[in-house]
Design a protein around this ligand. Structure first.
Ligand SMILES: *Cc1c(COP(=O)(O)O)cnc(C)c1O
Length: 371
């Protein structure tokens, strides 16, 4: 026998790794810098590294208490109830939980094009259909409520990425609210804030309402908490824990009960939970990361000899003409960047913000390649 008909499904294409590229080119991995997957330029928080080491001899236990502790710490940070935090195996895992909780077979989701491939993949895994809204305009990738609402046709989930990957653009909170207001009551708006730490803007979590609303005592709340918006966050980017696979969704109070019915038991490992807890406490590491990313994207935008798009994330999209040729030439020179052809942008590469020296090297090499 064979698997079900998967001809509609697409493979996820990740940014290329140093080992992979070095082996292919027969070169020393030391010669390369990877600026292709939006990982943290400083690595993980040292506190998280300690937590990983310290948890090694605990891994024969299921992560019951660890799950609870991390969930409670995240809930506290966002001022929501523990039940509103859906821990998962990466932000991608959280997308799966939302698909499972929301989609009946044949329901459709609305996703940005170009955009993050996993929204559509997750929907298809859950027997859903995928519709797209276009986020390209003549002058870039302005993310507006109109772009979404013009394409909206009663889909069950609308995916917004803010800041957006690969453009770096973002939605205003007003736009998110308008989209939630003007879509059906049965449509969930999922705001993917995987790069939220890098944007100088408030999180959509503020639209959800939390602890105080749950017991009806929050007299200061200026608006009613929404039950049709969920927010995705991850430890993979600003927190530097991409390899541990840890992320979560913050969901409306009304959705809280669904987690127990849809989650894969123990979605996050003991090691991931402990590292996440330590990383959450290490504000200094996140601040340094965010500051450096902002410097790096400004530096690149100023010094790259090619058009770029304003970014609120830890990467910059650059218009280079032939992305695949430029990415390959960059790779020869030891700098791995993301060819955005797989996003449907064959003219663009996406460069992750590196350290100061990595950033300067990337700009130097890119300008030589372009010349
Ligand atoms: C990186 C990323 C995620 C989540 O990645 P995980 O490693 O699974 O947490 C989600 N959305 C976008 C747009 C991303 O770029």
């Amino acid at each position: 026998m064979r698997p079900r008909d998967l001809s509609d499904h697409v493979e996820y294409r990740a940014g290329r790794g140093i080992e992979e590229v070095a082996r292919e080119l027969g070169r020393d991995p030391e010669e390369f810098v990877k600026l292709a997957s939006n990982e943290n330029m400083f690595g993980p928080s040292p506190a998280a590294v300690d937590a990983v080491e310290a948890s090694a001899d605990e891994v024969h236990h299921y992560p019951t208490a660890d799950h609870q502790d991390l969930t409670a710490a995240i809930a506290e940070r966002w001022d929501v109830t523990d039940e509103q935090v859906w821990l998962a195996n990466g932000g991608d895992g959280a997308l799966d939980y939302l698909s499972r909780a929301a989609l009946d077979p044949g329901d459709a989701v609305l996703v940005p094009a170009p955009g993050f491939a996993y929204y559509g993949m997750s929907a298809r895994f859950h027997h859903g259909d995928v519709h797209e809204y276009d986020v390209t305009t003549d002058d870039g990738f302005a993310l507006t409520a109109d772009a979404v609402l013009d394409a909206y046709d009663g889909e069950r989930i609308v995916h917004l990425t803010s800041p957006h990957n690969p453009s770096g653009a973002r939605f205003t909170l007003d736009a998110v609210e308008r989209i939630a207001d003007e879509t059906s009551e049965e449509t969930l708006v999922v705001v993917d804030e995987a790069y939220g730490e890098f944007a100088d803007a408030p999180s959509a979590v503020g639209l959800l309402g939390g602890r105080d609303d749950a017991d009806g005592t929050d007299a200061s709340a200026s608006r009613a908490p929404r039950d049709d918006v969920a927010v995705l966050r991850t430890f993979s980017k600003a927190y530097g824990l991409a390899g541990l696979r840890l992320g979560y969704a913050v969901v409306p109070d009304a959705w809280a009960d669904a987690y127990a019915r849809v989650n894969t038991p123990f979605a996050a490992s003991v090691v991931a939970c402990r590292a996440g807890l330590a990383a959450l406490d290490d504000d200094e590491h996140v601040e340094r990361t965010v500051e450096t990313a902002r410097w790096s994207r400004d530096y690149m935008a100023e010094h790259v000899d090619a058009p770029t798009y304003e970014s609120h994330a830890n990467f910059l999209l650059v218009e280079v003409g032939d992305a695949s040729a430029v990415a390959e030439a960059m790779q020869e020179r030891g700098v791995i960047v993301r060819d955005c052809s797989s996003f449907g942008l064959p003219g663009c590469v996406r460069i992750t913000c590196g350290t100061e020296s990595e950033t300067e090297r990337a700009v130097r090499e890119l300008n030589e390649v372009l010349a």
